[in-house]
Structures are given as C-alpha cells and as structure tokens.
Design a protein around this ligand. Structure first.
Ligand SMILES: Nc1ncnc2c1ncn2[C@@H]1O[C@H](COP(=O)(O)OP(=O)(O)O)[C@@H](O)[C@H]1O
Ligand SMILES: [Mg+2]
Length: 282
C-alpha cells in the first residue's frame, strides 16, 4: 500500500452570502506519486476544493474536518508550509503572470521565500529547462502562446519544489495539440520529480489515464475508483451530468455485443491492437 500524500475528511465549504454549501462533506485520499483526476460538471465545486487544499479558502467549522498534506494538517498556522508543498496551475494563462519577463515570473515565488540571488538564478534556469522554455527566459509574457504561458506557470511552481501539483482546468483554454503537449510534459515532470498530480477537469476524456478518479456532483463526492471501475457502465457518470469517455463507450459496446476484452486493455491504442490481433486469429 502506498502512503497517502493527501487525506481529506468531512470537508465542507459555504461561500459568504450563499445558503447552499459549494462543497458538502467530501472525504478522499491520494496515494503518493499517483495521478488523481477530479471530474464534475461546471459549478460542481471542483475549483473550490482546489482552493481549500492550499488554504486559499478555509473550510466550514466542523471538528471532524481534516485536510492533511504530506503529513501536515492544514490550519491557519501551517498554511505557508502547505503552500511550499502544493502548487496550483489555474485555467487562464493570462491571469497567472506576475513578472515582466519569463525569468522574473519564475523567480517570483523564490523572491518571496528569500532565496539568495545566485541560488535563485540556477533554480530558474533549471526549471525553465525542465519545461523547455529556457530560450524564452528574457521574453515578455504577452508574446507567448497559451501553452507557453502554462509552461512558465508550471516552471514557477516547480521552482518551489512542490510535492503535489494541482491542475485546475489548466489545459481547457488550449487547442488539442497544446493540451496533449502540456499533459505529456506533466507526465514527464511527475516521474522526474516524484510528484503527485491532482488534475481537475470537466473534460471526461482527460480522466481515462488517471490512477484514480473522483466524481463530484453538486458539491458531493459521488464515487472514487479506477477508470475501469468508474466507467464500467454509463449510469454513474450520467448521474453526475457527464458522458462516458469515447474509449469506454466503444469498449462497453463491444463487451455488450459479446466481445471479451481483458482488463489490461485500457487505452485506445491497446484496444486497436487487441482487436487487430483478434481479427487476424479469426
Ligand atoms: N467566489 C464565489 N462566491 C460565491 N459563490 C461562488 C464563488 N465561486 C464559486 N461559487 C459557487 O460555488 C459553486 C462551485 O463553484 P466552483 O468550485 O467554481 O465549481 P467548478 O470549479 O466545479 O466549476 C458554484 O455554484 C459557484 O457558483
Ligand atoms: Mg472550476
């Protein structure tokens, strides 16, 4: 059993002037080094959960509520320790720039943490190399594409040396090519830096490759499990107002038609290969 890097118990949050809680008694955990995807309809409370996990918002008062990250229980006192461990990449690349140039922007979090100049310079170079943006270190943000801006935002987070990266709809403003490029980059960084990834999306197709999926509906956690469990039929995902990913639609239809498909066939590519091989045996 892997150790959990995130444990959330009985988490609720109500916005001021709102009668209904936006997050209702949510509990889940995330094993270290894994990729968890939180899916839910617009307005289901996904971004609110992201903001609660690094203390931008504080939970409704309840003695049973717990947010523990990397062994630290989140309180007003530990908030800054938690923020050293949790980085969030938001949806809109234009709202994330604070520096006049790429390198200033990446250095911002280090300046805040009073990292010495020479050390700062080498960290900035290193993380810009990791996200393949070193050639743009002196560029001004307005000349970058959306995908490049997200790479810089990711570099700024890596600079702090986080344990957990939260991607809150971070690819939803990018075109399909930009989207898959960022997701591939995150996958690579996850391995190299032993990161845990918590991605948040309303795009169900992004959830197919996760280790764990959490399904949120109107502020409540409807289910958690592997993609195979969550997508084995469409009833669960439909009750959250979402549709099955295309891959599972096809796979489930084939199974219903009597084609036997092993559990380990869990990507489009593997399915195509498996079907071709079946076909050649017939
Ligand atoms: N700053 C806010 N003040 C009041 N209500 C908010 C605020 N932000 C979000 N909400 C409400 O909280 C609910 C959950 O929002 P959010 O967490 O942004 O959902 P999601 O990210 O899943 O789209 C929605 O009903 C939304 O209207
Ligand atoms: Mg959101």
């Amino acid at each position: 059993m892997k150790e959990n890097i995130v444990t959330v118990e009985h988490l609720s949050f109500t916005y001021k002037d709102s009668e209904e809680p936006a997050v209702k008694d949510v509990s889940f955990s995330i094993p270290k080094g894994t990729w968890t995807t939180l899916v839910g309809h617009n307005g289901s409370g996904k971004s609110t959960i992201a903001r609660l996990l690094n203390g931008i918002l504080l939970p409704d008062d309840n003695p049973n509520t717990l947010i523990n990250i990397d062994g630290i229980t989140l309180t007003e006192k530990t908030m800054w320790d938690i923020r050293d461990r949790v980085g969030i990449v938001f949806q809109n690349p234009d709202n994330q720039f604070v520096g006049a140039t790429v390198e200033d922007d990446v250095a911002f979090g280090l300046e805040n943490r009073q990292v010495p100049r020479t050390k700062m310079k080498s960290i900035v170079q290193d993380v810009l190399n990791q996200v393949e943006m070193i050639a743009f270190q002196e560029s001004e943000p307005q000349y970058l594409s959306g995908g490049q801006k997200q790479r810089v935002a990711i570099a700024g987070i890596l600079a702090i040396g986080p344990k957990l990266i939260i991607l809150d709809e971070s690819t939803s403003m990018l075109d399909p090519a930009g989207k898959s490029k960022i997701l591939r980059l995150i996958k690579k960084l996850q391995k190299e830096n032993e990161l845990t990834i918590f991605s948040i999306t309303h795009d169900i197709n992004e959830a197919v490759h996760a280790d764990q999926i959490l399904v949120l509906n109107k502020g409540s956690l409807l289910a958690s499990g592997s993609p195979g469990d969550i997508f084995k039929d469409d009833s669960l995902i439909r009750s959250a107002g979402l549709d099955l990913p295309l891959f599972y639609k096809i796979k489930n239809k084939l199974i219903n038609e009597g084609v036997s498909i092993p559990q380990e066939v869990n990507t489009e590519e593997k399915l195509v290969n498996y079907l071709c091989q079946l076909n050649s045996k017939m």
